[in-house]
Write a protein that binds this ligand. Structure first.
Ligand SMILES: NC(=O)c1ccc[n+]([C@@H]2O[C@H](COP(=O)([O-])OP(=O)(O)OC[C@H]3O[C@@H](n4cnc5c(N)ncnc54)[C@H](O)[C@@H]3O)[C@@H](O)[C@H]2O)c1
Length: 438
């Protein structure tokens, strides 16, 4: 098939590269000349394991085409995917300006006499795809035809390629059986060719597909906040929160994933999608107060890390605090709504001097967090620190030389915001150690 992706972010570029690797011809349309030139040279605008190789391989094979122009990609494609960002506005609502802007350009470039599926991968509120359809309809020539579909994306940064190759489900929201069949055909290799994996196709109307994405992210955020609430209660009542969560997670109705307490959720999706779902619900007169509590518990998880640091040092004023991990999770350089941002701001307010290290996210963090010392390696970051806070669970922190860390620190205090170390090992090594929920 010939496909076009508008947007080359985590979703657009990864999905485009995977479909190119499966043998499709894929146009990727951007709007920044420098980024398009970089992509042609194999320079990826963000860090995602395995992506550089996949992009280079398919670009060199002529299956991936990077361009600023809508033609010939859009008129030649059977499916045009919208994969641009939908960042949060101040109100919590998704910003849809770019989605509508590219919808107009898609309409203007549809092939006269042809048929195209316009499929939205971007996360958009219920009702948006119908608006996209109206915009495409108004901007297209009279003899071109199209159908609209909502095909929300569920990949996770850090494991985006394997998630795309092995989806748990493919949601296809459309009123058109023709569009549905074309989308099923495209996804067939992901659904049928995997030995170990069987994905489901979820057929639905547009609004259902749109809401599935928000419901999915909000439910996952709820699980994390529930785990953090149980962790907090466990600390207060002397229970081992990790065992409590293990104990409930074996119940198949609950499941063990996403029950790890810690420094809170972040990233480009959960915080924005939770806020957007509250706002969507309010538009329909429903007060989704559960999700306000989910957000509140998430904020508290970050404040708790700082409270523990204060308790360990007596007073944080003038004390050196080392923070390991800035990205919102390991294996990405994405700093959007990373818990480290709020934690560091709270530490700064208390007068702490902050040294940080992250294996990938430093350049992005420097754009957001100022007046702190960025270190080039983790041992440099912990030197002379009176307390060390683990915020992101990178493997290299798990494998760190703890004796060396202890010898470099001014005082051997560790707050483990991701429970990556074993409390008894830390005690035996002579650390004052606080995990989360233990
Ligand atoms: N990042 C994730 O893990 C993830 C997972 C599932 C769904 N989503 C959703 O997918 C969508 C895209 O997310 P992302 O993380 O890939 O965003 P991103 O910020 O990484 O990328 C957005 C892309 O849109 C491009 N863009 C912006 N304006 C444009 C324009 N006028 N014309 C062409 N391209 C333009 C940008 O250049 C960039 O390539 C969002 O709605 C997001 O909520 C993201």
């Amino acid at each position: 098939m010939t496909l076009t992706f508008i947007g080359h972010g985590y979703v657009g570029l990864v999905t485009a590269a995977v479909f190119a690797d499966l043998g499709n011809k894929v146009y990727v349309i951007g709007h920044t000349p420098k980024k398009i030139e970089d992509l042609k040279k194999g320079i990826i605008p963000f860090f995602e394991p395995g992506l550089e190789e996949l992009v280079k391989k398919n670009y060199e094979a002529g299956r991936l085409i990077f361009t600023l122009d809508y033609a010939p990609g859009v008129p030649d494609s059977e499916i045009v995917f919208i994969a641009v960002g939908t960042p949060p506005q101040k109100t919590g609502d998704a910003e849809l300006y770019t989605v509508f802007e590219v919808a107009k350009k898609i309409g203007e470039n549809l092939k006269p006499g042809g048929y195209t599926v316009v499929a939205t991968k971007s996360t958009v509120p219920p009702g948006t795809n119908k608006k996209i359809a109206r915009i495409v309809e108004e901007s297209k020539s009279t003899n071109s035809s199209f159908d609209i579909a909502s095909v929300p994306e569920f990949l996770r940064e850090g494991t985006a390629i394997s998630d795309t190759l092995n989806p748990d489900r493919v949601v296809i929201g459309t009123e058109s059986s023709k569009a549905r069949q074309i989308l099923v055909d495209l996804h067939k290799p992901l659904i049928e060719d995997s030995d170990s994996h069987k994905a489901f196709i979820v057929d639905s109307n547009l609004e259902t597909a749109e809401l599935i994405k928000y419901a999915s992210n909000s439910f996952l955020a709820t699980k994390i906040s529930f785990a953090n609430a149980i962790a907090k209660l466990s600390e207060l009542c002397g229970a081992d929160g990790l065992k409590v969560l293990e104990g409930i997670g074996y119940d198949k109705r609950i499941g063990r994933d996403f029950l790890s307490p810690g420094a809170g959720y972040g990233g480009s999706c959960f915080p924005k999608d939770v806020k957007a779902l509250v706002s969507i619900a309010a538009d329909y007169g429903y007060d989704f107060s559960l999700l306000n509590d989910v957000e509140g518990i998430n904020k508290q998880a970050k404040r708790d890390i700082v409270r523990k640091a204060r308790a360990m040092t007596g007073d944080l004023r003038g004390k050196t605090v080392a923070v390991l991990g800035l990205a919102f999770k390991p294996n990405t350089d994405d700093m959007r709504e990373a818990p480290a941002i709020d934690i560091i701001e709270l530490l700064k307010k208390e007068g702490a001097l902050i040294k940080v290290f992250d294996p990938q996210a430093t350049a992005n963090a420097k754009e957001i967090i100022r007046d702190i010392e960025y270190s080039n390696d983790l041992y440099d970051a912990v030197k002379d620190a009176e307390v060390l806070i683990i915020v992101t669970e990178w493997n290299e922190f798990k494998e760190a030389d703890l004796e060396k860390i202890k010898s470099l620190m001014m005082s051997p205090n560790i707050i483990d915001g991701r429970n990556i170390y074993d409390p008894s090992t830390m005690k035996n090594l002579g650390f004052s150690y606080e995990g989360t929920g233990r």
